[in-house]
Design a protein around this ligand. Structure first.
Ligand code: GDP
Ligand code: ZN
Length: 395
């Protein structure tokens, strides 16, 4: 998932995506920064738009409220926040448009639904609330399980002694992390952090009370997220688990503020779990275990060993992952549509309703997350109310 895999930032490079010539005429490219109720806010790229309309778009920072072309809908192509999209027939007066093309994604997170994210910034506080290594580890493993790059930021350094800070830094180095310490309140350490976010789509995550809203406000000065309470700029919508929006950093790059990521449920398979522990990866990069399917539980010839701080946590999560896998394999399989039931009158074949339900669920979770959100909102309040809410988003 390297930088070079990213879809082109320059949108009218018509040769660089798989679009047909009909699709590529006069497309205005940009990034979907928010989506609600079948409407999407698309922040257009500032440069390299089709010549004819360049003047009209020179109102830089143009965001358009877009629908999705029926053709895309027919093809089953969902639009996600973070998608690079081509917009057709922009209406500059009303700031409307229609999404006619979606560039291939280089990454996709389903929960929360976000396309093309580059990294996760996990924010914790050095104190207030006290830094709990167990909770931190759970969040870290969850973040690693996305396969994205993981940055660790430790806020509120104004409240701790340099010694305590250094102790945490040393400890986290042994976990394989190089935490970035900062204080939003004292405005220290923020430039270094901002550098690491430049030009990237970063998903911000962490428990509540650590200063995530304060940090986003500091990094995106045009914004005014409320801090120290549950609700934010978009009020009701913002803290539902599947709501995602991207905020533009002044230095380039986007921040995804997404509470949906904040409940760490670890879903790695037993064999993938080791990839979520950088200290295991460090050991494996130097040497290999005797058995290629080694689960690193003190097996003979295991190079990972047991002399590392998070080994007990690894064992705990590994046991969970094995139990989860076992539970999945005990479920009826999709191949056989019936199961045998022994009754008083003998053996009887019954349809496996359970398996179907699971199948449908997984398809939905993969492709329908946004659609669900739209339905949810439309049902309860109607699209218009939400669009009013989104109005404040425009810069
Ligand atoms: P969130 O729940 O993670 O979004 O956290 P908030 O941004 O709402 O911050 C929680 C509390 O921590 C608020 O009272 C902030 O004023 C406070 N806070 C945020 N950053 C700092 C900091 O750097 N130092 C100190 N002392 N307090 C901070
Ligand atoms: Zn091993």
């Amino acid at each position: 998932m390297s930088q070079s895999d990213r879809p082109p930032q320059v949108s009218c490079d018509r040769t660089s995506s798989s679009l047909t010539s009909a699709e590529s005429t006069d497309l205005w490219w940009g990034t979907v920064v928010a989506g609600q109720a079948n409407f999407y806010w698309v922040k257009l790229d500032q440069a390299d738009q089709p010549q004819a309309s360049q003047a009209q778009a020179s109102q830089s920072q143009t965001s358009l409220l877009c629908t999705r072309r029926a053709r895309l809908k027919k093809l089953g192509q969902q639009v996600m926040v973070g998608d690079r999209v081509g917009v057709e027939e922009p209406d500059w007066t009303d700031k409307r448009g229609a999404i006619a093309a979606i560039a291939p994604r280089h990454s996709q997170m389903d929960r929360p639904p976000i396309a093309n994210a580059d990294q996760v910034l996990l924010v914790f506080a050095l104190t207030d609330p006290p830094l709990d290594p167990h909770q931190l580890s759970h969040f870290l493993v969850k973040a690693e399980s996305t396969g994205l790059k993981v940055l660790l930021g430790l806020n509120k350094q104004d409240l701790v002694t340099p010694t305590l800070k250094a102790e945490w830094q040393d400890r986290l180095e042994t976990w394989g992390y190089h935490p970035q310490c900062f204080s939003v309140l004292a405005q220290t350490g923020l430039e270094d952090l901002a550098l690491r976010l430049q030009g990237q789509i970063t998903v911000v995550s962490g428990p509540s009370g650590v200063g995530k809203s304060s940090l986003i406000n500091a990094l995106v000065p045009t914004l005014d997220l409320r801090t120290g309470e549950v609700s934010g700029k978009l009020g009701r919508g913002r803290h539902t688990t599947r709501h995602v929006e991207l905020f533009e950093l002044p230095t380039g790059g986007l921040l995804a503020d997404t509470p949906g990521f904040n409940q760490p449920d670890i879903t790695s398979s037993p064999t993938n779990l080791a990839q979520c522990f950088p200290e295991i990866q460090q050991r494996l990069s130097a040497d290999t275990c005797r058995f290629s399917d080694c689960l690193h539980r003190d097996e003979p010839g295991c190079v990972v060993g047991t002399d590392w701080e998070r080994y007990p946590l690894y064992l705990e999560l590994l046991a969970d992952a094995i139990a989860q896998q076992q539970a999945l394999s005990d479920r009826p399989t999709e191949e056989s549509a019936t199961k045998t039931k022994i009754t008083e009158t003998g053996r009887q074949e019954e349809p496996k309703l359970l398996a179907r339900r699971y199948r449908r669920h997984s398809r939905r979770s993969q492709h329908q997350a946004l659609q669900d959100l739209c339905d949810e909102i439309t049902d309860s309040r109607g699209a218009i109310a939400d669009l009013d809410e989104l109005d404040g988003y425009e810069t």
